[in-house]
Write a protein of this length. Structure first.
Length: 401
């Protein structure tokens, strides 16, 4: 990964300022904050439900509060992208990160279900800004080839950070349901890194340097990229949300055993992220989309056809390989079609569509299961749809030109 990359100049400095390792690592740390919002509380959900056992509907309200940030990301990311293009990236990211730290830790200090829900909704709005701006800065700071390296790095460290956070959260939740919320205070040192290392990219200078500056928003390219992202994200979350039920259908009753099988299969995510570096250098965008959706589809079909947990774990590993390629491939593909002056808005719409896929996915599985009769049959059908989607990728990339 190159230390230097094309980037906009600093404010007031006529020379082009170049982003390097310090900027890349800071953006990667910031990009983990939206992931932290979900994985940081996953082990604590039973403890939180128990703490609010006297509140009517707590078994529904608590899980909804935990997942509420995803809905806020889907709703507010396009607005954050517009704001980033209009008023700048750095201030928005820095402000959202500081607020993230404050609202994320509120439930540690305030013991009420209302404070929990309100803080999670506010956290999601902050995440919409953080996710949108970090993806935008990857495009602003780095050239196409260097983006590959940073997206690969992000794909590798993300699961590692996620696993460590789940372990820490579980330990803290065993002491008190409120303790896991202190994890969100990590936003404060990350905001300090932003203050020290991030600079506002000079988008105007980048536009001028292009041979054919584009002043109108590229609606056709964004519509195709984001529609395809919504489709892929809905399939991506099928495994994450439903694979435990699939293991249950082959006789795995223990939550601990299911967790073990899923942990083994999740090694595929890290390997898939590493594989992305090789795939993205050797194949065009349409083939990258075909590869990850085919791996995703073969894995889902194989899970559906499995009759024992060992076979199911093997196919889950294949699915996770595709999942490791999916996000960096979609980000790289989308950001490459966005002119710099519209990059924030475009990536905001992309973020909204990806998290809308999270919401759509359970509905998709429920409808498919009603038609097919079992969760494994639903996996087979959705796997075939994934493969078909991959085969349509060539047509997608032709339309986008």
């Amino acid at each position: 990964m190159a230390a230097g990359a094309a980037a906009g100049p600093a404010e007031g400095n006529p020379a082009r300022r170049r982003a390097g390792i310090a900027q890349g690592v800071t953006v990667m740390f910031a990009a983990f904050l939206p992931i932290l919002a979900i994985v940081g509380l996953a082990p604590a959900v039973p403890s939180i439900i128990e703490a609010f056992a006297d509140v009517p509907g707590a078994t529904t309200l608590v899980p909804l509060a935990v997942t509420a940030p995803g809905l806020m990301i889907a709703l507010f990311s396009p607005l954050m992208g517009w704001f980033a293009d209009r008023h700048g990236r750095r201030k928005l990211l820095l402000g959202a990160t500081v607020i993230y730290g404050f609202v994320g830790t509120i439930p540690f200090f305030v013991d009420s279900i209302e404070a929990l829900i309100a803080s999670r909704l506010a956290l999601g709005i902050c995440e919409a800004a953080i996710l949108t701006v970090t993806n935008t800065l990857i495009g602003d700071y780095f050239s196409h080839d260097e983006r590959r390296g940073w997206l690969t790095f992000q794909g590798v460290i993300g699961p590692i950070f996620g696993t460590g956070t789940v372990f820490l959260s579980g330990f803290l939740a065993a002491q008190s349901w409120q303790l896991p919320f202190v994890i969100y205070a990590v936003a404060f040192p990350i905001s300090l890194l932003m203050l020290l290392f991030l600079f506002e990219p000079d988008v105007k200078a980048e536009v001028v340097s292009q041979e054919a500056p584009q002043s109108t928003f590229p609606w056709r390219q964004v519509t195709i990229c984001c529609s395809f992202t919504l489709f892929a994200a809905a399939l991506y979350y099928v495994y994450i949300v439903q694979v435990g039920r699939a293991f249950g259908e082959v006789g795995v009753a223990s939550a601990g055993d299911i967790g073990t099988y899923i942990s083994i299969a999740s090694i595929g995510v890290v390997l898939g992220a590493l594989l992305f570096q090789w795939v993205s250098r050797r194949f065009s965008s349409d083939l990258q989309l075909l590869i990850f959706l085919s791996l995703l589809g073969v894995g889902l079909v194989g899970i559906g056809l499995s009759n024992d947990p060992t076979m199911m774990t093997g196919f889950a590993f294949v699915q996770q390989l595709g999942a490791g390629i999916l996000i960096p491939a979609l980000v790289l593909w989308t950001v490459s079609h966005l002119p710099p002056e519209h990059r924030g808005r475009g990536m905001g719409i992309w973020s909204g569509c990806f998290f809308l896929g999270q919401f759509v996915s359970p509905l998709l599985v429920t409808g498919t299961q009603m038609l097919s009769g079992s969760i494994r049959d639903a996996f087979i059908i959705l796997g075939i749809i994934s493969i078909a989607g991959g085969l349509s990728a060539r047509l997608m990339t032709r339309w986008i030109k």
